[in-house]
Design a protein around this ligand. Structure first.
Ligand code: ATP
Ligand code: MG
Length: 400
């Protein structure tokens, strides 16, 4: 029995077949199925042209019709269905200048990057494998379809994809493919940052990330990555951290930001990450510096919030190879804080102005901060009357 994710899509394949065309599962889903790995999403390839697909299914959306991809919306979900195609004239080491729709499965599989990704499976679970992808999967080998030099010059991103598959699958790069990787790494400079970032994020999330980082070094591909050119020592050091595998993608961006020379925000911007991600990691980098210098004070924990504090502590532990359960202690400390947010203070600026009979000004903010600190450190209870009396006592002792 095929896994449910395929089962649900089989009626689509059958519908296309009934209309007189071929349809197959292709790409990563077939590879991951044969590997017994979890399947992300299923891609479907077909001999039907986009207009023919739109005639078969009532609900569709043109999401990449110029490349032959139509989104089919069915009750069981949304599926990308792509017409078999060849690609030609890669004038600029990246995307093809022209794509041509074809009717032959083999022609479509031939344009794919690696043998393990050039497999197709029909509705009955029969696998089509003209480039011996199954054998390479068994041997745990990454090999280009056709001559590696040609395939990497056509689209240089494939080299970085190779490294990310090393990271995700732990495979070895076959010797001729490796030779081309070393020879052509410079061509990666032609690739748009966004495409590099997508592959790099998958790479740093893989189980074999240390191995992949080493491969970035030996192939010199790292020289073509934003903010990492010339950072050989950094990559070397990071790849050797025993706890590297314990970090998620956000935490690895923070780790990288804390190792590279220069501004973390500039580094993250060079990868064109979303501005929210840049903001968060930049804040966390500041917290990490404070945590490194002074440890976790109640104030630092309060101002960080538990999510940021958690990321920071994970990265701190990774940098210093601390594998003990310090993280749980941190969560306990956070939950023990009398207040978690300024808004939880029982007193407001308005109260202060009323009590003192004075207009607003910088003194309000300063006083609130003093109260906040006193409440955080347990010097006073967070209760309106206690705070009022405490302020009076403070004022009296200031007068004396
Ligand atoms: P994932 O599980 O991460 O989605 P995937 O192998 O499905 O891995 P995708 O980026 O989703 O990777 O691409 C789908 C398929 O399209 C690949 O398996 C491969 O056959 C083909 N492909 C993708 N990018 C390229 C490329 N740059 N050159 C040639 N073929 C490619
Ligand atoms: Mg995929």
């Amino acid at each position: 029995m095929l896994p449910a994710i395929f089962q649900e899509a089989i009626p689509l394949l059958k519908k296309i077949e009934q209309a007189g065309f071929e349809a197959y599962f292709v790409g990563g889903s077939v590879r991951d199925f044969l590997l017994g790995r979890p399947i992300n999403d299923v891609d479907i390839a077909t001999s039907a042209f986009p207009d023919e697909i739109k005639d078969i299914f009532p609900r569709t959306a043109d999401i990449g019709i110029e490349h032959g991809t139509v989104l089919v919306i069915e009750q069981s979900g949304e599926y990308e269905i792509t017409t078999f195609r060849t690609e030609s004239d890669y004038g600029d080491y990246r995307r093809p200048d022209t794509v041509e729709f074809i009717r032959s499965l083999e022609g479509d599989l031939k344009r794919r990057d690696f043998t393990m990704n050039s497999l197709a499976m029909d509705a009955d679970g029969r696998v089509y494998d003209p480039f011996n992808g199954q054998e390479d999967i068994r041997r745990k080998v990454i090999r280009t379809v056709g001559k590696p030099a040609d395939r990497f010059s056509e689209d240089a991103l494939r080299m970085l994809r190779g490294v990310r598959f090393v990271s995700q699958l732990g495979f070895e790069v076959e010797p001729l493919t490796m030779k081309a990787l070393n020879l052509y790494s410079r061509l990666l400079s032609h690739i748009a940052v966004e495409r590099k970032t997508m592959e790099f994020e998958k790479m740093i999330g893989g189980d074999h990330r240390a191995k992949a980082l080493q491969l970035l070094l030996t192939s010199s591909l790292f020289e073509q990555l934003p903010g990492l050119s010339g950072q050989k020592e950094v990559i070397q050091e990071i790849s050797g951290l025993p706890l590297l595998k314990s970090l998620n993608t956000d935490q690895i961006w923070l780790l990288l930001s804390s190792y590279i020379d220069g501004s973390p925000a500039e580094f993250l911007k060079s990868w064109k990450l979303p501005s929210k991600v840049i903001k968060e990691r930049t804040k966390e980098k500041q917290i990490l510096s404070k945590r490194t210098d002074e440890g976790w004070t109640k104030e630092l924990l309060f101002h960080s919030g538990i999510d940021r504090a958690y990321n920071v502590e994970k990265v701190y532990n990774c940098i210093h190879s601390i594998s003990s359960g310090a993280i749980e202690g941190l969560t306990d400390d956070y939950h023990a804080l009398p207040i978690k947010d300024r808004k939880e203070l029982m007193v407001t600026g308005k109260d202060l102005m009323e009590w003192k009979g004075q207009k607003g000004g910088p003194w309000v903010k300063e006083t609130l901060e003093r109260i906040e600190k006193a409440v955080l450190y347990g010097e006073i209870r967070n209760d309106l009357e206690t705070i009022r009396r405490w302020l009076e006592t403070c004022r009296q002792s200031e007068r004396n």
